[in-house]
Design a protein around this ligand. Structure first.
Ligand code: OGA
Ligand code: NI
Length: 317
């Protein structure tokens, strides 16, 4: 890593210079290796130099915070407990993991299919969040390309399906920590897709890296994007990568906003263990499933799995 690279505190997820992916093959190979190691050993990393401009990231935060500042009537227009709605606002803990957050969730890729459902207030919402979504979709494609290469899959593996895949944005709004209440804003869980790319403007995200058994704070490095492995990447990699358990704690100094972008295949497309990663020694460890299956799983999560992927494991005992 170059000396000028900001160094995270010891033990926190590695910071990867994304620009190295676009350099000569030798430099790219090293960056692919760093990403592969971070995914395998920790399940997450941060990226800098990813090409998403400061303006676009600031715009996304403005759009999100202006939305959350709207009067309840404006926000309630999107209130729904129906998890299939294209745009959904909620304030309570019906999902079983939200402790203290309000959120706005909506689909974003392809943008032209979804943007018409997005809020009209604040007036700049569609433009600013749309610009951010498109840029993050691009970053997700480049990251998947590197991660799949790191797994030894052929170049452009699943590229078309990924391009048409789901991008699901979750804008989270957490109150400031009040010393009387619970410090957890969003309880431990993993995300269902291949990758989550998260932008936070102040600290609060905590992860449980695979190589240590303790909650670890993800520092809010200005301009950095946090990336973690989701359940479907665990399936695709046939268990070589594992999805990351994470949570959000309330910030004692201020209210906090985070924007999570979850990337997977399209609604009905099944994800299974990549055939190149399955053989006699390594039989498929997971059943195939789609995003649609995940939506069906959610309300029936009677075992209270932290990770959807637990429900997909094939019992070979
Ligand atoms: C999520 C999530 C963490 C955060 O939206 O799935 O894990 O820091 N958010 O808000
Ligand atoms: Ni999450």
């Amino acid at each position: 890593m170059a000396a000028s690279q900001p160094q995270p505190p010891r033990g926190s997820p590695p910071v990867i210079n994304f620009g190295r992916l676009g350099k000569d093959p030798a430099t790219r190979a090293l960056a692919v290796q760093d990403i592969a190691r971070a995914c395998r050993d920790q399940g997450c990393f941060q990226v800098v130099n990813h090409g998403v401009s400061k303006n676009v990231m600031a715009g996304a935060f403005e759009a999100a915070s202006e939305f959350f500042q709207l009067s309840p009537e404006h926000k309630e227009l999107f209130a729904s407990t129906d998890i299939r709605r294209p745009v959904r606002y909620d304030t309570s803990s019906r999902d079983g993991i939200s402790k203290a957050r309000s959120f706005l969730k909506h689909y974003a890729n392809p943008l032209e299919d979804w943007v018409e459902y997005w809020p009209l207030h604040p007036p700049s919402y569609r433009k600013k969040m749309g610009d951010y979504a498109v840029e993050i979709q691009r970053v997700s494609m480049q990251l998947m390309d590197a991660i799949l290469q790191g797994l030894g899959l052929r170049p452009l593996y699943m590229q078309e399906k990924l391009e048409k895949g789901v991008q699901f944005l979750a804008l989270n709004n957490y109150p400031q920590f009040s010393h009387r209440g619970d410090k957890v804003g969003l309880a431990a869980h993993s995300d269902y897709g291949f990758l989550t790319i998260l932008l936070q403007n102040s600290p609060g995200l905590e992860v449980m890296p695979h190589d240590r058994d303790t909650w670890t704070a993800v520092p809010a490095i200005p301009g950095a994007l946090h990336v973690h492995v989701g359940d479907h990447l665990e399936v695709l990699s046939n268990g070589r990568l594992k999805s990351l358990v994470h949570r959000a704690i309330l910030n004692p100094d201020e209210a906090r906003i985070s924007i999570a972008s979850i990337h997977g295949l399209s609604m009905d497309e099944k994800v299974c263990c990549a055939e190149q990663l399955v053989d006699e020694v390594n039989p498929a460890m997971y059943r195939e499933s789609s995003f649609q299956d995940f939506l069906e799983f959610l309300p029936s999560n009677i075992n209270n799995y932290k990770r959807f992927v637990e429900s997909l494991k094939i019992d070979r005992a």
